[in-house]
Design a protein around this ligand. Structure first.
Ligand SMILES: Cc1cc2nc3c(=O)[nH]c(=O)nc-3n(C[C@H](O)[C@H](O)[C@H](O)COP(=O)(O)OP(=O)(O)OC[C@H]3O[C@@H](n4cnc5c(N)ncnc54)[C@H](O)[C@@H]3O)c2cc1C
Length: 388
């Protein structure tokens, strides 16, 4: 058993994990290589995940969600990622960012209007914070929103928007106060954008190393007229809302990374028992055994830290920097474990004929998005205190 959670699971959690695993293996895994090769997004995925309730896992039942805790959600997400990391990022962004922002900071009217169709998988969500010149320093964003009667008029470019060309709702951050005293995160507001609004354009689809069946696009707002009732929460608080939601987002990316790493480990174990050199399965060589042992340790440690952070959140405590630790550990484990998996496969692992090649490419982005590894280290370092 290499994929066991060290956390005792409830019957419901184990059931959701089994459901997600069965769905991922039957529906996602068989198509993942082809979608990756063709760099093609399968829109049927949205309906499939919606039908399972996986696009409303963290939403209360009154908004048609499953009302589940964070750990249950992360267990399901890990299974989806092990089959297709591109599907996992769709699920992670939707559940962690736009739906959570609406739930926490939206008015009751906004929640009632947007959340039920999002939970049912009729409307996909996206999150647009980054810009071409504002990535790690997202507070430097330049998209502007100016009030004009009962509308806001937005101008600017949002970069790297996951699901941006297939989402029905995009939570976009724009500067509503440009005065000198409001530099940085203050003076940024969050808006509920829909693609039908005049001035909304999908301007560029990124050609990526990995996650090739997850669409990542640039959005241009060209005098985009947004009705005033699409402002989320309080004016000037959008950056704070976005950062608070990214706490959940980081755990989602950590689960994605654990799923990728677990799959690479499983494939390496299997291959090592089948591939023979020097008259014996390569698994018989201690050099390979030690590699598999180190891979298993890193996957298990990353998962344990992630689950501990999730359980803190589920107990109502703030996991604080533990979410950054979990994201950092899991993403670096995924990159390291997938690199070792290719080594176990030798030359075959370096070809597109074997899944470990895709896992290696998909793992890399987990060290980059929703806060790079360097930014996670800054967050962790800032949290360090001497014991009392
Ligand atoms: C596939 C993909 C999907 C994405 N999806 C979304 C999305 O849906 N919504 C969204 O808003 N964004 C999204 N992003 C954007 C992502 O969050 C940013 O790429 C990320 O925050 C890094 O920003 P950057 O790419 O501009 O890199 P930069 O910020 O330019 O960083 C370049 C390098 O400098 C380092 N660096 C920067 N500042 C510091 C510092 N202070 N100290 C040390 N090192 C530093 C970084 O760690 C990195 O190594 C996505 C990105 C990708 C690749």
């Amino acid at each position: 058993m290499t994929d066991a959670s060290l956390t005792p699971l409830t019957a419901d959690q184990a059931e959701i994990q089994r459901t997600a695993r069965a769905f991922a293996r039957a529906e996602l895994a068989p198509k993942a290589a082809e979608l990756d090769r063709e760099s093609r997004f399968d829109p049927a995925l949205i309906g499939q995940l919606g039908e399972l309730g996986f696009l409303g896992m963290l939403l209360p039942e009154e908004y048609d969600g499953l009302g589940m805790d964070s750990l249950t959600y992360l267990l399901a997400l890990e299974e989806i990622a092990a089959a297709d990391a591109s599907a996992a990022v769709l699920m992670s962004v939707h559940n962690s960012l736009p739906t959570q922002m609406l739930l926490r900071y939206g008015s009751e009217e906004q929640r009632k209007r947007w959340l039920p169709p999002m939970a049912r998988g009729e409307v996909l969500g996206a999150f647009a914070l980054s810009e071409p010149d504002a990535g790690s320093d997202a507070a430097a964003l330049r998209t502007q929103a100016v009030r004009d009667g009962d509308h806001w008029v937005l101008n600017g470019t949002k970069a790297w928007v996951t699901n941006g060309n297939c989402a029905g709702v995009i939570l976009a951050m724009a500067r509503t106060d440009t005065s000198e005293s409001r530099r940085g995160g203050r003076g940024i507001s969050a808006f509920i954008i829909t693609p039908d609004l005049p001035g909304f354009h999908v301007s560029k689809k990124e050609n990526k190393l990995g996650l090739r069946s997850s669409p990542t696009v640039q959005l241009t707002f060209d005098d985009l007229r947004v009705p005033a009732d699409r402002l989320l929460g309080d004016e000037g608080m959008g950056f704070v809302y976005a950062l608070q939601s990214l706490e959940h987002g980081r755990m989602g990316i950590a689960a994605q990374a654990v799923g990728i790493a677990q799959r690479a480990l499983d494939l390496a174990i299997q291959y090592a028992s089948e591939r023979k050199q020097f008259g014996a399965p390569i698994h018989d060589f201690q050099g390979i055994q030690f590699k598999l042992a180190d891979m298993a340790c890193r996957v298990t440690a990353a998962r344990a830290l992630l689950h501990a952070a999730a359980m803190m959140k589920d107990r109502g405590e703030s996991p604080g920097a533990y979410t950054s630790m979990a994201k950092l550990m899991a993403s670096e484990a995924a990159m390291w474990v997938t690199t070792q998996a290719i080594q176990v496969f030798g030359g075959y692992g370096y070809t597109k004929d074997y899944e470990v090649e895709r896992l290696f490419r998909d793992a890399k982005v987990t060290e980059i998005y929703e806060g790079t590894s360097e930014i996670q280290r800054i967050v962790i370092a800032r949290s360090l205190r001497l014991p009392d």
